[in-house]
Design a protein around this ligand. Structure first.
Ligand code: F3S
Length: 296
């Protein structure tokens, strides 16, 4: 049985960078609170808790005066509330997320109504929305477009539309959304002659590290009989890897090695492994070890 790892898996540079910053700062400050988890992986978070870095869910739960912003970033509103409380901020926002935030803000300043394509409940999306200076809306599916555009046209009379995406969306999904959006806009223009769209600007805010992992996972899935995806169940990029692989071949997502079931590998000669961008290296190694233990 061959076990092959995707060429590009596990910790992305953004999470690796954030972890290193926090390990360094924890030596200086002892106790640090993070506003939400650094990344969506329980094992990674547990490792940080052991060195004094603990997540809190919201501003009200902050007890100390050293707070880290996780890789997903935070809205300007949250940052100003922290500053108003004289809290020292350690910013570990991923540079890719920072670029997406800058794009959102620049569009808003230039007078665009900003569509943030992504999951409304995700902390990164909340941060992106917070950068649109009140002129943004989150859309997670094309079925929401008509209602959002009508509402915006009526309430704000916008005629210039900017689109950005949650960084961990897939390229095909984002492209398909833009294509469908164009279709809706044509209808919308015809129905609302007084609100004809003057300009549509699409900015690619997708993360290249995520795209590379997705491409590598897809390639590997195409020549494997089974894919194991290692990563947190609440990690958006891990879930997308699972969806991509699942559409091609039998796929199982696990958070830790103990979840790997020996019956999955029966009759399989080629097993592929990939992992989400917040999965620690040692967890991936444990999963590979577990798989190897089944074949003796
Ligand atoms: Fe950043 Fe992409 Fe990782 S946005 S945190 S490099 S998945």
């Amino acid at each position: 049985m061959e076990i092959e790892e995707a060429c590009g898996l596990g910790l992305c540079f953004g999470v690796r960078r954030a972890t290193e910053i926090l390990k360094r700062e924890a030596i200086t400050y002892g106790e640090i609170e993070t506003l939400g988890p650094l990344a969506h992986n329980q094992q990674l978070m547990q490792g940080l808790v052991e060195i004094g870095v603990t997540p809190v869910d919201c501003l009200e739960q902050i007890r100390g005066n050293i707070v880290a912003i996780p890789t997903h970033g935070a809205s300007p509103e949250i940052l100003s509330q922290l500053r108003a409380r004289h809290i020292h901020i350690i910013d570990t926002t991923c540079p890719i997320v920072q670029q997406a935030q800058n794009a959102a803000e620049e569009l808003a300043i230039a007078g665009f109504e900003v569509i943030v394509f992504g999951d409304a409940g995700h902390s990164e999306v909340k941060g992106l929305l917070g950068c649109t200076r009140g002129s943004g809306m989150v859309i997670s599916g094309i079925e929401q477009v008509a209602a959002c555009l009508k509402l915006s046209a009526k309430d704000r009379g916008f005629r210039r539309l900017g689109v950005i995406s949650q960084t961990t969306q897939t390229w095909p999904v984002f492209c398909n959304f833009i294509k469908q959006l164009m279709g809706k806009l044509t209808t919308w223009d015809l129905e609302n002659r007084e609100n004809v769209l003057k300009e549509l600007r699409v900015i690619n805010t997708l993360c290249t590290a995520t795209q590379e992992r997705q491409r590598a996972a897809k390639e590997l899935a195409q020549r494997s009989q089974l894919m194991i995806v290692v990563g947190g169940y609440d990690s958006a990029n891990t879930i997308r890897l699972t969806e991509i692989c699942f559409s091609i071949v039998e796929t199982h997502q696990v958070e830790i090695a103990d979840e790997v079931d020996s019956c999955w590998i029966t009759g399989k000669q080629h097993i592929g492994i990939t992992a989400g961008a917040s999965t620690p290296d040692e967890i991936i190694r444990d999963v590979v070890k577990k798989l190897k233990s089944f074949v003796g």
